[in-house]
Design a protein around this ligand. Structure first.
Ligand code: ZN
Ligand code: ZN
Length: 371
């Protein structure tokens, strides 16, 4: 049964203050937030267009008439104090932003999310008297740490995906196509109360499973297939992410070994997740098990990633990761082995880092065999 009770509130209104604390280090006095998922994080606004200016004292959200009511309602609902301005044309928007930014000496831009054209327009039309400063991941840095309300949403999204998989997985023995299974999972998560799929559902069977990010095809699932299902649910913008691999029929010796090795690697990786542990260390723990089995080259991706409003966000769990885990991080642990002649095996859980250790938010059974 999925809990349908009220979810803990998110502390949206406190986020701008934490963002301001990062301005000095970033060398700016204000930040122009143009990445919509970051606007949502800071204000609760879920529209598809808008620009948020956060300065030392306040916030101004410039959006258009489609969001006249929605913008103030959503900000008000989470107690965010910001001025909302409507601007219908690009010129009016430039003027509103310019006026809002008057007196700001150093204005930060989200460098990874501003196009060349936008940057030129900002420099020549909107913010002619400010120095534009490239910033990197200021809001994303805050987003890594989830509050109770965010965790509650991700946990419920994960529970919905668990339940959807339990309903749909028995069908794998009935020769459905990958696309049919994906569609059924997507419908089921919605039926169970999710806003939609957490991301594009992966159902990859037989040879397709050897490609970690295969898209569902019209291929029918048959005896002898390993079937990688990687999917999740979205709730209030927050996502869940889980992979399970199912063996349809009896595994070959190699398939049996793949299932064993990946299961062992994944359990070791989850056990390694704790506050103070480096992302690179969790990756190493998983990778060592697979390398010992002789399949180092068949583990084709990083071990995991943060999850939240984006399906892939920081911190990364990879060889090259510089992150150290802290309580409130939610990361995946998803080692895999991919062999073109056997298929793929991936097992993935979404894990919350706690003060005492960690807690898996995904709970679907990992037994690869159909009941
Ligand atoms: Zn996944
Ligand atoms: Zn993932």
């Amino acid at each position: 049964m999925i809990d349908t009770g009220e979810l803990a509130p998110m502390e949206v209104a406190a986020r701008a203050g934490r963002l301001r604390d990062r301005f000095d280090e970033a060398g700016c006095d204000a930040l122009l937030v143009t990445r919509m998922v970051n606007v949502r994080y800071l204000t609760g606004f879920t529209g598809s267009a808008g620009v948020l200016l956060v300065d030392a004292e306040g916030m101004v959200l410039v959006t258009d008439g489609r969001y006249r009511d929605q913008a103030s309602e959503q900000l008000g609902a989470v107690g965010v104090a910001a001025r909302v301005e409507m601007a219908q044309t690009a010129a009016a928007q430039a003027q509103a932003l310019g006026a809002a930014a008057a007196g700001i000496a150093r204005l930060g831009l989200e460098a990874a999310h501003v196009s060349w054209a936008a940057q030129r327009r900002y420099a020549s039309e909107c913010f002619t008297s400010a120095e534009l400063v490239a910033t990197d991941g200021l809001v994303e840095g805050l987003r890594q740490h989830k509050d109770e309300g965010e965790i509650a949403r991700m946990a419920r999204a994960a529970a919905i995906a668990d339940a959807a998989l339990a309903t749909i997985r028995p069908r794998l023995g009935e020769r459905p196509t990958e696309a049919e299974v994906a569609l059924e999972l997507d419908s089921e998560v919605r039926r169970l109360g999710a806003d939609g799929a957490g991301f594009e559902t992966i159902v990859a069977s037989g040879p397709n499973g050897a490609r970690p990010h295969a898209r569902p095809t019209r291929r029918a699932i048959v005896e002898g297939d390993l079937v990688v299902i990687d999917f999740g649910a979205a709730l209030d913008g927050y996502r869940s992410d889980m992979s399970r691999t199912t063996m349809v029929g009896d595994p070959s010796d190699i398939q049996g070994r793949m299932l064993e090795v990946v299961a062992h690697s994944q359990v070791a990786g989850v056990a390694a997740v704790a506050a103070g542990v480096a992302g690179a260390e969790v990756d190493r723990v998983c990778r060592d098990v697979i390398a010992e089995a002789g399949w180092a080259d068949a583990f084709l991706h990083g071990t995991g990633h943060g999850v939240g409003l984006d399906i892939h966000e920081d911190p990364r769990i990879a060889r090259t990761s510089t992150a150290t885990l802290v309580p409130g991080h939610v990361v995946t642990v998803e080692p895999g082995v991919y062999l073109p002649d056997q298929g793929g095996v991936r097992i993935e859980d979404m894990v919350l880092v706690t003060t005492g250790g960690s807690r898996c938010l995904t709970a679907a059974p990992k037994d690869p065999h159909l009941p």
